[in-house]
Design a protein around this ligand. Sequence first.
Ligand code: 5AD
Length: 352
Amino acid sequence: IIRDEFLDILKKVEEGKELLYEDIVILLKTNRKAEMDALFKTADEMRKKIVGDVVDIRGAIEFSNYCKKDCKYCGVRRSLKDLQRYRMSEDEIMEVVHSLHDIGIKTVILQSGEDMWWTKEKIGNLITRIKKETGMKITLSLGERPREEYEYFKKLGANNYLLKIETTNEEIFKFIHPDDDINHRKECSKWLKELGYLNGSGCIVGLPGQREEDIARDILYFKDMGINMIGIGPFIPAKGTPFEKYPTGSVDLTLKAVAVTRIVCKRVFIPATTALASVDPNLQADALMAGANTIMLINTPPKYRYNYQIYSDKNMVDLKSAYDAVTRAKRKFPSYLKIDMEVYNDATNAEK
Ligand code: 5AD
């Protein structure tokens, strides 16, 4: 049964009216199956109308797990003394970049801990090389850096930057981020926007003390800030961290948040996150059917991957799993991807 007040809110969406904070809270709080399905359907239609049926595929390289910060939820936090730290060399990174370029992937995501060994100059050289050798689009995900470095990377050709707020609740932000200041994080995000990056943010669902009201404020923050890419994933406990015994965040709330984000923020990239896939590989398809339109492949070489578990049992998202999710969600791979997935499937099946 769908309540009248719930239907009224979805009707507002269909009529092109803006949702209020109170509406968003009601959408996020429902636990009725029929209401959730109606919400996902509304988000799915909005997604289709605004960004179409193609799922954007990007390749991510987690090139360093050194981090100067100690975020309490994170599996590569500074205090984890037992973790084997690694830095890929520029040549190792370029090898992966070329393999992505060869199959037609257009965007490479360079992600790392906040590792100052990777100076402005070193990152700059890497950007220059990727641009010169492949012309690919570059998404950086390096955390907080001085404005001047963001500017330098942009000048050299970086296109996008992912820097999540994680939560807009000031108390929770402070509690989970011993080294960070929420206003500074927001300022970094503003700089990125001013400098002309496609600006990524996002939040973790299921942080200690976080409520639906907080997620509603996160979504309105993404809208007000003009954020272009919004990654939303469930909290997953990471071994050896202060939060290792905390429960995994709600998958339903994560999917509702994805749907509401599509409805409220409209023309944005929303990934079906690796965190969702780590809870259950089928959830990426669910996210694609609830408003999401992007998948990030994890292309970190296998020998390093194990040490980049920002949360435990982080699942692999490879072409095969992306293909399964896209197929289940009845969506398309971008035509520029130079992969015949049927041939690819036969090949991987033959291996087994
Ligand atoms: N659970 C869920 N998501 C996490 N992230 C980091 N640690 C966790 C965790 N324990 C997410 C954050 C970060 C992104 C790279 O991964 O949102 O921005």
